[in-house]
Design a protein around this ligand. Structure first.
Ligand SMILES: *Cc1c(COP(=O)(O)O)cnc(C)c1O
Length: 369
């Protein structure tokens, strides 16, 4: 039985090697490396892909969240409701602007923020809801936007794992105050380093963000406010523009692998990812809930199959967030997932045979033989 890596980025690069090298040379020859045409065009292309109006390229996905929160006026004294079952950066960004992350539990089926639990966490200090589109499936934007409208709250989306995903036919950022993306190498659209983008629909907000990413400056050496140095490099933008052309096809390949996994695993004591009928997922990760998860992971590893636990520690149990004062037991669905979730190999270019190997080993673990 062959080894199956968790992710293999070589496929993506090889598929477009020549075009990417040409894009790279184009930037080197031009000699304009910061905030030029490539970034501007990528911003338009990513915004269009999402059905949002403006894109603002920044240094990484975390900065995208920080700048967006800040530009929305969220700061000290404000609470932002978000998911505790996500990468640390989601809550870190809220802390960075001086606001307080307030966690609401996730839904046990989709792993995404539960709007009903979010409703219970609203206080007079709540300013925004920050859903995370985990593992590539968008959260229930219908319920979240409805809740936000009823309480006059802002909605900003952590779409770092969900570029190309849709909810009721619309991408991240289309029906909210905007969405943040990461171009970290392992994301569905990744570059050879760090990068990020915010998409928004409001023109003034877009201009504010363009200022904030470059020292609060609209015109060189004239500074309107304190900002950041957080830009997307031309080289990365040029590469990402090449890769963006393949994004939908790659996401389709991920959905095909997911469908194969679904069919091969359906009679085993694991729960395959549940997709809401209104969602078009992009399977950033294919995450099952498994009985005896740790033993299953050890078994797969011993057969040369890499898999990962996302996430082993929920945010309310992170040392850095201890001062928020959460108690264990407040988030039963998140606790279940922390114990049972296991992400299987998933990447564009993965073969049916590789998925079959993974499924066969899962079967062997539960059924013997
Ligand atoms: C990757 C990721 C981020 C952070 O993106 P970076 O580009 O690494 O800063 C934030 N939130 C989620 C859910 C992510 O997966």
């Amino acid at each position: 039985m062959g080894n199956v890596p968790f992710i293999d980025l070589q496929h993506e690069w090889k598929e477009q090697e020549k075009e990417i090298q040409e894009a790279f040379s184009r930037v080197l020859k031009k000699g304009a490396f910061i905030l030029g045409d490539e970034v501007r065009k990528l911003e338009e292309e990513v915004a269009a892909q999402c059905g949002a109006t403006y894109g603002i390229g920044v240094g990484n996905g975390t900065d995208a969240l920080v700048l967006h929160l800040y530009a929305l006026g969220i700061g000290p004294g404000d609470e932002v409701i978000t998911s505790p079952f996500t990468f640390f950066a989601t809550a870190e960004a809220i802390m960075q602007v001086g606001a307080v992350p307030v966690f609401a539990d996730v839904r046990p089926d989709t792993f995404n923020l539960d709007a009903e639990d979010a409703a219970r966490r609203i206080t007079p200090r709540t300013k925004a809801i920050l859903p995370v589109h985990l593992f590539g499936q968008m959260a229930d934007m219908t319920a979240i936007v409805q809740l936000a409208d009823a309480h006059r709250l802002l909605v900003l989306e952590d779409a770092c794992q969900a570029i190309g995903a849709q909810w009721e036919g619309r991408g991240p950022g289309a029906v909210s105050q905007g969405a943040s993306f990461s171009f970290f190498p392992t994301k569905n659209l990744g570059t050879c380093g760090d990068g990020g983008m915010i998409v928004v629909n409001d023109r003034d907000m877009a201009e504010r963000l363009r200022r904030l990413r470059v020292h609060g400056s609209r015109q060189k050496y004239h500074h309107d406010e304190i900002g950041w140095n957080s830009r997307l490099d031309e080289v990365h933008a040029a590469i990402l523009r090449v890769k963006l052309k393949r994004l939908n096809a790659w996401n389709e390949q991920r959905r095909e692998i997911a469908a194969l996994y679904d069919s091969l695993l359906n009679d085993l004591p694991v729960t395959v990812p549940v997709v809401d009928a209104r969602a078009l997922p992009v399977y950033h990760l294919y995450t099952i809930q498994a009985e005896r998860r740790d033993e299953l992971q050890a078994h797969l590893n011993s057969k040369g199959i890499s898999c990962g636990v996302y996430y082993p520690v929920p945010l309310y149990r992170q040392e850095a967030l201890r001062k928020l004062g959460y108690k264990e037991g407040e988030f039963p669905h998140t606790e279940d997932l922390v114990r049972s979730s296991l992400s299987l190999p998933m990447f564009p270019g993965m073969t049916s045979k590789q998925a079959e190997t993974v499924a066969a080993q899962i079967r062997q673990f539960y059924e013997g033989s």
